[in-house]
Design a protein around this ligand. Structure first.
Ligand code: FE
Length: 216
């Protein structure tokens, strides 16, 4: 089978946010699908290695902010390319994007964060069931709330690959002179040379063989 067939399935791209105690966190996912309308139920698959995953297991709640075509790659990097285990992604000093856009991160009725910049709407979800899929957990969730924020079209995963991710492609080395490798699957950037053989992309979990050296 030609596995490229799978690239022709259409997906959106989302910020999945969670809250446990007084800690907010979030990550980027492309796996939210409405599965029934009455009741309004969505499925959300999250990789078990994500800190967000463990927080959903404990709290049973999540928000999904639906990324639109005006999204900046810097927002994807902020939520997708670092782990909530290492940084508090919603603190003002957690990165340039958050420093500039902290006011765009609001709290919905369930107390969880959602994003208003580069996003056209959000939904709030309560986990009803979960399915262990090995690498991922599939959370079956009831939609408990949501709001439309603007009418900019939702970014499909293909749009993200063609128009948003390309903002990094001209970078060959970092300002410190480190070689840049890019994940062919998701666009994650690894800095340094060589890339370790056992390196696993922290975002899409593909191996080092799916990285290519970025040529300026
Ligand atoms: Fe990747």
């Amino acid at each position: 089978m030609d596995t490229k067939v799978m690239n022709n399935l259409s997906y959106g791209i989302f910020v999945c946010t969670v809250r446990e105690g007084d800690k907010d966190n979030g990550c980027i996912i492309n796996t939210v699908t409405q599965v029934t309308a009455t009741p309004n139920v969505v499925s959300v698959a999250i990789n078990k290695t994500n800190y967000t995953h463990d927080m959903i297991l404990k709290t049973g709640e999540l928000n999904v902010s639906i990324i639109n075509e005006d999204c900046e790659f810097d927002m994807i990097k902020h939520f997708g390319f670092q782990s909530g285990r290492d940084v508090n992604k919603f603190s003002v000093d957690s990165g340039e994007w958050m420093k500039e856009n902290i006011d765009s991160c609001k709290r919905s009725a369930n107390g969880l964060k959602y994003i208003t910049k580069g996003v056209n709407s959000y939904i709030s979800c309560k986990v009803k069931e979960r399915v262990d899929l090995g690498t991922h957990t599939l959370f079956i969730c009831e939609v408990t709330g949501g709001e439309i924020l603007n009418d900019v079209p939702s970014a499909t995963y293909a749009y993200y690959h063609q128009h948003i991710k390309t903002q990094v492609e001209k970078v060959g080395t970092t300002p410190e002179g480190k070689t840049v490798w890019k994940c062919k699957i998701c666009g994650y950037i690894y800095e340094g040379d060589p890339i370790p053989d056992n390196f696993i992309c922290p975002w899409c979990k593909h191996p080092a063989s799916d990285f290519e050296k970025v040529v300026e």
